[in-house]
Design a protein. Sequence first.
Length: 311
Amino acid sequence: MSFLSDFRTMVIGILLESFPFILLGVIISALLQTFISDQALQRWIPKKTIPGILFGCLLGIIFPLCECGIIPVVHRLIRKGMPPYIGLVFMMAGPVINPVVFTSTFVAFRAQPQMAVSRMALAFAAAALIGVWAARGVRDSALRNPVNNGHEPVASGKKSVKRPLSNKAPKASWTKKWHEMLEHAAIEMFDVGKFLVLGATVTALLQTMVNKKWLLTLSDGDWAPHLFMMGLAYVLSICSTADAFVGATFIPDFSLGSVLAFLVFGAMLDIKSTLMLLKVFRLKTVLTVMLISAVVVLLGSVAFDRLYTYL
């Protein structure tokens, strides 16, 4: 009964923490779909690879979303014509490189102000490397539902219909536009929400079944603490706007570099965001992104520890 009580509390806590950000992401996604034309979006997106990667890394400043809310937004942007590699970069960098996360990290680590800047820099490096790989290796075929030239599948009730992406969309009244926006938001919320519930369930099971005292024995060593903290961040699936306050509690037992790995990797990838990523991209693409992220974050956090010790 104690296990069931802890499990129920954990699931409800994760859902309550994540739901506002999912809702925010869904609303932004619906607004983009309804009020921003494909042609306008195409004019804003850089055509060249390097500016496109920088654009994706810094887009979180405009859309300060966590890893929960960013998935539906990127999904909608890709459906409207954003290159998949820029969408991937935004997915990885956006939950870290945004003013809300920077402020929360700076407040949580008042005694170590370098943590906030280092978190942004390491996330930028990981996302940029993913962008360099994705610009060459990720095309529409890497998407679960590739965008068809000239048409975009749009859910309508139980069936999927095709709406032509014409150059001139028919004008609609504001009332009709808001109705369309709410309809898109409801469909998107149901589509993304089921992955959130599944991710919250898996996360709660792991948190209630794994012995944390046993895990703390992994805090010694050069590489083990970093790997452990990355795995812990993936399992805990804490929102990137709040994980800095959790990470700060590990400072007495873990090095700053391992805590940095916790802050960066957990914000880029966790259980629930991985399940939602699989809704947009195929398994091979998601696994490659996870591998690149893990290697860059691990090497960067170990290097941070070495540099911090040297200084």
